[in-house]
Design a protein around this ligand. Sequence first.
Ligand code: NZQ
Ligand code: ZN
Length: 386
Amino acid sequence: MNNFIYENKTKVYFGKGCAKEYLTTLLEGYGNNVLLAYGGGSVKKNGVYDEIMGYLNNAGKTVTEFSGIMSNPTYAKMQEGAALARENQIDLIIAVGGGSVIDCCKIVSAQAKTDRDLWSMEFDCRTYPTEFIPLIAIVTASGTGAEMNNGAVITNEEKKIKAGMLGAQAEIAMIDPYYALSLPMKQVLSGAFDTLNHCMETYFGKPGSGNLSDEINEAIMRLVIRNIRVLRKDTQNMEARSELAWASSMAENGILKIGKVTDFECHQMEHQLGAYTNCNHGAGLAVLHPVYYRHIYPSGKEKFVRFAVEVWGIAPEEKSADQLAEAGIKALADFIREIGLPTTLRELGVDENTDLKAIADSCNCVSGAYKKMTHEEILEIFRECY
Ligand code: NZQ
Ligand code: ZN
């Protein structure tokens, strides 16, 4: 196992009614001025906004609203939030939403504390923020696991880059699976599939030989697959929804990454696809992943064999390593079809005139993968996905 340091600073409150039970008391620990951030309005329709606003009013907080945070949040929207936070001398940010709202607020929290342009600071100077406005994340859509880490995926529209930035990590995360009951099933599934992808991107990182993190990872992958199937038949099954919500946090809270270098090349490709087409994150991954794996498996065959056997339950008897590895990837592709996620760029809604070469050329080629991609091979993958 590689050396590691592990800490997770987020205190998690999980389960039905967790905000009702704890939020008012927790608010006593913060200053008076609160930035309440949310997306395009789902929280107003499902009652979550009224509920949280009630706790804020009871606690006597002065609330500034930061609304309209879009999916795939933009750098410009983040700057709007940072300006609001500065003008209103915000003491606490409460992000109520999915990965997009939470990510946007992670960067707002940091940008409000510095006059330097955070994009240029992180990408040009490779320096990272150290001062933050405290952040509470209230999760209304699971999948990204954004509530338990300090990574934030932000789209810089001017530069046509969707990239991971480092920002605030939520001090407190509240995950009430009942808040997600109003989430359209399509988003529930693409979110849950994103969780599975986070597991895979970590599992197929170096070292490939497997460690404790990989064994925990296999359990989470099996659980995610099983519970997605349960939810497809029984959409209101709260046990399955709860398991998926916690699996989402577990996949991105660093535990699975202990002692490993992760892959995440497929995320790099999907993020750039998103920068050019604004596609849904989990759905974009669904299209790319099986094709990407067909490209890399010869460089990590043993682990792909293990994936087939341990995660998809494929019997190893009388099969060669190649047959097993390919069967595991096929099981993944069949699962994507089974749960109704897109399997081609066309199904994802990517216009055929889209400049796939420009997208491929703009992707990062990471070094944790079994096989380091070139821009030419990424373009091949995109073309095979059409
Ligand atoms: O904007 P509103 O009206 O709230 O609607 C949202 C949005 O349209 C809706 N929604 C959320 N909760 C709801 C609800 N609708 C009804 N009822 C509810 N309870 O769901 C839609 C999607 O929300 P969004 O936050 O965009 O989805 P998701 O959680 O999948 O987040 C996607 C973003 O996270 C990034 C992605 O790249 C993408 O930008 N990621 C963040 C990661 C991280 N920080 O660790 C890791 C991931 O790999 C990912 O890249
Ligand atoms: Zn993801």
